[in-house]
Design a protein around this ligand. Structure first.
Ligand code: FE
Ligand code: FE
Ligand code: MG
Length: 163
């Protein structure tokens, strides 16, 4: 990265790159979990959920892109092998083996709650240390908070409908 851009970072850059690669693995796995969930989901209100899942998948892929760009700016390399995602992920991957809408909602809400924790921590770590990564983490966190809310609202609608 640019030498002045690097010099303003008040923390260990390699450690920061390693944290960003963990988030990068999370984003790809979240992308796939949403994408495949939209394919297999069944049950009432599934069309509304499919629309939401596909929007979220697109957001997660955009997040992976943002994180990869920041890793490269910092002089690092984004994980090159999909199999490495499993070694680095914070939030893991929850295969949607049960296709019922309730189960898929629950799994994705858990994923969003994990993502919210990951970016909250990244914000704390980079505050006053790396404004560029801080700003990126804040933008992503805003999306993850919206994702959780979207899914919990659908969960409530579904519960009302089934009541
Ligand atoms: Fe994300
Ligand atoms: Fe999300
Ligand atoms: Mg949404």
């Amino acid at each position: 990265m640019g030498t002045r851009g690097r010099s303003i970072i008040g923390m260990d850059v390699d450690e920061l790159i390693s944290l960003l690669n963990k988030a990068f693995a999370d984003e790809w796995l979240a992308y796939y979990q949403y994408w495949i969930g939209a394919k297999v989901v069944s049950g009432p209100m599934k069309d509304a959920l499919i629309t939401e899942l596909l929007e979220h998948a697109a957001d997660e892929l955009r997040h992976a892109d943002m994180v990869a760009e920041r890793i490269l700016q910092l002089g690092g390399t984004p994980l090159l092998e999909p199999k490495e995602w499993y070694d680095h992920t914070n939030c893991g991957y929850n295969a949607p083996r049960d296709f019922h809408i309730k189960k898929i909602l629950k799994q994705n809400i858990e994923g969003e709650q994990c993502a919210i924790d990951v970016y909250s921590k990244l914000l704390k770590i980079t505050r006053d240390k790396d404004p560029v990564t801080y700003n990126m983490a804040l933008q992503i966190l805003q999306d993850e908070v919206e994702h959780e809310e979207d899914l919990q609202a659908l969960e409530e609608d579904l519960a009302d409908m089934l009541a």
